[in-house]
Design a protein around this ligand. Structure first.
Ligand SMILES: [Zn+2]
Length: 322
């Protein structure tokens, strides 16, 4: 299907088999790509809310940012709409997570013509030796759980934005340095907070396996009931395995995730008698402007990566501390 459609005409022929909008196939014109030569800022399409947050920090008002996903949306299962196709067609730049984060959409992004569209996969921009290898998908895509690692994607993002808007090179580079500095500050805060729990209390049980980078950075043993992606349901064997672990290790609480159905965690809590410690943000930020209390620091906005990670750490510590 893909090669058949990819032969000529618009590069978006490749999207059509995925989107089920075959009625649009009779195109004759090349897509309108914002050249950036006029007064309008170049258009950037971003996928998840974490990526949008980072691109906003580094790109600011120099770009028009058009996100595909909003709060609470699961990227693994995301299906692009006709409006999304329109956004991608008109964009100059597409920035995504890669490493199979966005399910089948990654395939679409990888097939975009580099002569017509600037693309960046933040996950693929990281050196292989800092990624967590996993069976089947090669590497775990949930890199934003480690603020220091997320900061390491900034140089590739800066280079991409400079390519899209060379006249703003200095400003973009300055913003990039500020974003990295702020992420390193966040990393220190998270490390300091995680030290409030003894090592044996740091067992993090969640719906799907989205916290391995978070666990590696902040010293948690992480157990996801489902695998790395949410595209297959947890089986009885997975549930039994987690119930055994929760009982054996005397885990005090387990956690639901904002972008995944709570059913499996609720069932484990019911069957094992363990408490539900609250809701964590895994693959999407919270509602922009929704404030959450994180102790000494006061309140943070759940709609930012800083707010997301601080909110998660606070929820985890409050639920797992003796
Ligand atoms: Zn995930």
């Amino acid at each position: 299907m893909i090669t058949f459609f990819a032969s000529h005409c618009s590069p978006f022929r490749q999207l059509l088999p995925f989107l089920g909008v075959l009625m649009l196939a009779g195109c004759g014109k090349a897509p309108v790509v914002n050249s950036g030569a006029d007064d309008k800022p170049p258009v950037i399409v971003t996928t998840t809310t974490m990526i949008t947050d980072l691109v906003k920090q580094v790109g600011g008002d120099l770009f028009e940012i058009k996100p595909l996903m909003s709060a609470g949306v699961d990227p693994h299962l995301y299906k692009p709409t006709a409006e999304d196709v329109n956004k991608i067609t008109k964009a100059k730049v597409v920035i995504y997570g890669g490493l199979h984060l966005e399910g089948r959409m990654v395939e679409i992004f990888e097939r975009l013509n580099p002569a017509e569209k600037i693309t960046l996969s933040l996950g693929d921009s990281l050196p292989v030796d800092v990624r967590i290898p996993i069976a089947g998908l090669l590497y775990d895509p949930h890199i934003w759980g480690d603020a220091k690692l997320w900061a390491q994607t900034v140089p590739a993002l800066v280079a991409t934005l400079v390519k899209a808007s060379p006249t703003h090179k200095e400003e973009i580079e300055l913003r990039g340095r500020e974003a990295q500095k702020s992420l390193m500050g966040l990393h220190s805060w998270l490390k300091m907070r995680s030290d409030l729990l003894a090592p044996e209390q740091r067992v993090l049980v969640t719906s799907h396996d989205a916290f391995q980078y978070f666990g590696r950075a902040y010293g948690f043993e992480v157990v996801g009931v489902q695998g790395i992606s949410t595209d297959s349901e947890a089986g009885l064997k997975d549930i039994a395995r987690v119930i055994d672990l929760v009982r054996g290790r005397k885990v005090k609480a387990i956690f639901i995730e904002s972008s995944v159905s709570p059913a499996v965690i609720q069932r484990i809590a019911k069957d094992s008698g363990v408490a539900i410690g609250g809701e964590l943000f895994s693959d999407a930020l919270g509602i922009p402007g929704a404030m959450v209390d994180v102790g000494d620091e006061g309140k943070v906005d759940q709609g930012t990566l800083e707010g997301m990670l601080k909110s998660n750490m606070t929820t985890i510590i409050n639920a797992l501390k003796p």
